[in-house]
Design a protein around this ligand. Structure first.
Ligand code: IMP
Ligand code: MG
Length: 330
């Protein structure tokens, strides 16, 4: 029997620090599950002062929880085993990791196609779109065909379940800035593909960031912004380089119009806005609201403004907004 399902997901373009939030919540759950994406994701988690990066294995592994890679995920087996070996060498119990037999397998042909034909979309080159395409064409290979039974798990989830999103609202295949999106459902309702009713979902915890970034291409983020020394300082201070690709991210001030729309579309019940230490170090506090830049004298003034504007009633279910720093600061 499922006792509760809570969902952690991104409200922007990824890289908001979801890994930090789900790793902090994980100890209270029996299961931590991924429902979408694959090795395109990069989660940074700090455990006892040491930085760990994962791409496909849920961050519940760091809390010794059962971890499920769901049917909506795509797996590159070589990368999966590389991650397993790393986690094992760091002393984490990898026997807790299970894969849905219905998850799809990324092949070398998927990776080659991605690298050869999808560069103009700024993909991570991990074979994500071609793999999901084959899934939809119903000619893909599933985990059941590839993995030995030790790794597979097709049962029902039980107890307390935390679902960990990858990518974010504006990368969602249906709701994002198409075609500059990924190929999966990043919206919290996508978590139901793990095998439970939408009625089971309790907390819908959206993670945002004190400023915006995008990995890859997007006309919403002109590269000319890189010429702005304050934006450049954001990238430098925030370490805004892709976890998976190492690429310099596109950046801009927090777009509050987009954040409100993201929270509204996804049914966000609690929000965490991360990386305030970065704005603090840059010493500039700005956001974009109603299409114009609003500037604040300090972090306190900006936080008060955000809370007020997020509480206008556009998102009735949103009852809690919190602020946090970079992952490395806990
Ligand atoms: P793909 O998922 O590799 O096809 O990439 C499609 C778009 O999503 C590109 O703009 C990527 O940079 C972006 N993207 C995919 N995964 C992530 C992620 O985990 N964080 C941030 N951006 C991502
Ligand atoms: Mg990431």
């Amino acid at each position: 029997m499922i006792e509760t399902v809570d969902v952690v997901y991104g409200l922007a373009w990824g890289d908001e620090g979801k890994g930090k939030i789900s790793a902090a919540l994980a100890p209270k759950y029996d299961w931590v599950c991924r429902w979408n994406g694959g090795p395109n994701a990069g989660h940074t988690v700090w455990v006892n002062g040491k930085k760990h990066k994962t791409h496909i294995i849920p961050s519940g592994i760091f809390a010794g929880k059962r971890c499920l890679i769901g049917p909506g995920c795509v797996i590159n087996p070589d990368k999966f085993f590389e991650e397993i070996r790393y986690l094992r060498s760091e002393g984490f119990d990898t026997s807790l990791v299970k894969i849905s037999p219905a998850a799809h397998i990324i092949t070398q042909a998927h990776i080659d196609y991605d690298k050869r034909h999808l560069g103009h979309l700024g993909t991570t080159g991990q074979g994500i779109a071609p793999c999901y395409s084959d899934k939809m064409l119903r000619c893909g290979r599933r985990a059941a065909e590839y993995f030995i039974s030790e790794w597979l798990w097709d049962g029902k989830l039980d107890g307390r379940v935390l679902c960990e999103g990858a990518q974010s609202v504006w990368l969602d295949i249906d709701h994002g800035d198409y075609p500059y999106v990924t190929s999966s459902t990043t919206m919290p309702y996508g978590a139901c593909s793990l095998g439970f009713s939408p009625r089971k979902i309790n907390r819908i915890i959206g993670v945002a960031k004190a400023y915006d970034t995008k990995s890859g291409t997007d006309p919403l983020f002109p590269t000319s912004l890189w010429d702005d020394p304050q934006i450049d300082a954001l990238i430098r201070e925030g370490g805004e380089y892709g976890t998976t690709t190492g690429r310099k991210r596109l950046a801009n001030w927090l777009n509050l119009d987009k954040l409100i729309a993201a929270a509204e579309a996804s049914g966000c019940s609690e929000m965490v806005i991360n990386k305030w230490d970065v704005l603090q170090r840059v010493g500039v506090f700005k956001c974009i609201h109603n299409g114009s830049i609003v500037e604040f004298k300090d972090a306190g003034e900006m936080k008060t403004y955000l809370i007020r504007e997020l509480a206008t009633g556009a998102i009735p279910e949103l009852h809690d907004v919190r602020f946090s720093d970079s992952p490395e600061t806990i």
